[in-house]
Design a protein around this ligand. Structure first.
Ligand code: NAD
Ligand code: DAU
Length: 366
């Protein structure tokens, strides 16, 4: 007897992280709701049960504490829960950490993705009829696989060549190639999304925007790498999650879709805007948060610019960001962090201060 998926069951990996937790909230609110959503997460330093605390009472939601690098555990999840689709978000995601500790990136992002693909492929091969037809494996990847753009170059398209330049980007590029290999070799119905920089609620303050907010409130210097003129293309996290839901529903199997906000800004411009918002929402005595900005030694191999052409996703699936502008999104985001200082304290316990000391204490000025 072939195994059938149970109802509409979605397996999400990395659901306790930043994008994962936002994705779970959105998927459970979505009209064409999933019957069940399984969140498989290892709970690394970046995976926090605090991020999904609000979901615990939903009977459609369940959590599995497991490592995607563990073949038995992963196969067990497929056998028990028999998903109709997978959204693969579990990863080591911070570029600075990949520079200092690359091994974990190869293990989770490359080996872990391979373990997940193998389990998915074996499960999918056991399906028949509409269950087999409808199965999807959606791999969440990054624009960083395309490398660094020259100032006037057109944004990355799905045809841009891969040219990763950090251990993180290289590990994500390798995982993308494995996902495509499982499509070409075994026919697994995969989808890939390559997204630009996300921002919004529940992002760990190791990434630029929440780190600036935290450091500003603590009265610490705001560390801007190099000359601060590197450019990133920012997208509000829920808009990325909407793209993922659309891809699951209507993306063409085997295809890659770029996702991005088409909101390019320099890091210095982002930092100044965060300071302006904090000055308005939480004024400090005797000056502006801008006075805390400090140019510090650059990230090695720092990519100068990313920009994403999301035209394929817009044309084929009618996707568009709901957030009106980056300025609106930043304002919503800064307000959220100010209202969730308790969350910020919880997620910056444990090893967080060790990481901050390792990355910043002996950095020196630029
Ligand atoms: P994150 O670091 O906030 O969360 C990663 C999650 O994966 C955590 O919950 C962690 O516990 C879990 N995880 C890590 N290793 C695991 C393992 N071996 N087994 C099971 N779970 C494990 O990351 P994020 O920013 O939410 O990114 C999610 C995905 O989206 C990643 O694949 C990342 O490459 C991709 N992405 C992120 C961005 C961005 O701007 N944050 C942009 C484009 C793509
Ligand atoms: O582009 C998508 C990628 O965006 C995702 O794939 C990654 O998972 C995600 O972490 C993000 O990578 P970045 O390296 O761009 O994000 P980060 O927030 O670390 O840095 C944003 C920019 O700000 C980058 O140019 C480096 C700079 N920066 C960052 C930190 C943490 C600083 O200047 N100072 C800092 O302290």
């Amino acid at each position: 007897m072939p195994l059938e998926p149970i109802g509409k069951t979605l397996l999400v990996t990395g659901g306790c992280g930043f994008i994962g937790s936002n994705f779970l909230r959105l998927a459970l609110r979505a009209p064409a709701a999933w019957t069940r959503i399984i969140n498989l997460d290892k709970l690394t330093y970046a995976g926090r049960l605090e991020n999904v605390a609000g979901l615990a009472g939903d009977p459609r939601y369940s959590f599995v504490h497991a490592d995607i690098c563990d073949p038995e555990a992963v196969a067990g999840v497929f056998a028990e829960h028999r998903p109709s689709a997978v959204v693969h978000l579990a990863a080591e995601s911070h570029v600075d950490r990949s520079i200092l500790h690359p091994q974990a990136f190869v293990r989770t992002n490359v080996e872990g993705t391979l373990v997940l693909l193998e389990a998915a492929q074996r499960f999918w091969a056991s399906l028949e009829g509409s269950a087999r037809e409808g199965f999807r494996f959606l791999h969440a990847s990054t624009d960083e696989v395309y490398g660094s753009l020259a100032p006037e170059a057109p944004p990355f398209t799905e045809a841009s060549p891969y040219a990763p330049r950090s251990p993180y980007a290289a590990s994500k590029a390798a995982s993308d190639h494995l996902v495509r290999a499982y499509s070409a070799t075994y026919g697994l119905p995969v989808l890939l999304s390559n997204c630009s920089n996300n921002y919004g609620p529940f992002q760990l303050p190791e990434k630029l925007i929440p780190l600036l907010i935290r450091f500003a409130l603590q009265g610490r210097p705001l560390p801007v790498y190099g000359d601060g003129l590197q450019v990133r293309d920012w997208l509000y996290v829920e808009d990325h999650c909407r793209a993922l839901l659309l891809l699951l529903a209507a993306g063409r199997p085997g295809q890659t879709y770029n996702v991005g906000g088409e909101e390019e800004r320099t890091n210095l411009a982002i930092t100044e805007q965060v300071c302006r918002l904090l000055d308005a929402l939480r004024p400090k005595a005797g000056g502006s948060y801008r006075d805390q900005i400090e140019l510090v030694a650059d990230r090695p191999g720092h990519d100068r610019r990313y920009a994403v052409d999301a035209g394929k996703l817009r044309r084929e699936l009618g996707w568009r960001p709901h957030m009106e502008s980056l300025e609106d999104g930043l304002s919503t985001t800064v307000a959220w962090y100010l209202e969730h200082e308790g969350w910020m304290e919880q997620v910056t316990g444990g090893g967080y201060s060790g990481w901050i000391a390792e990355n910043y204490d002996r950095r020196g000025q630029s």
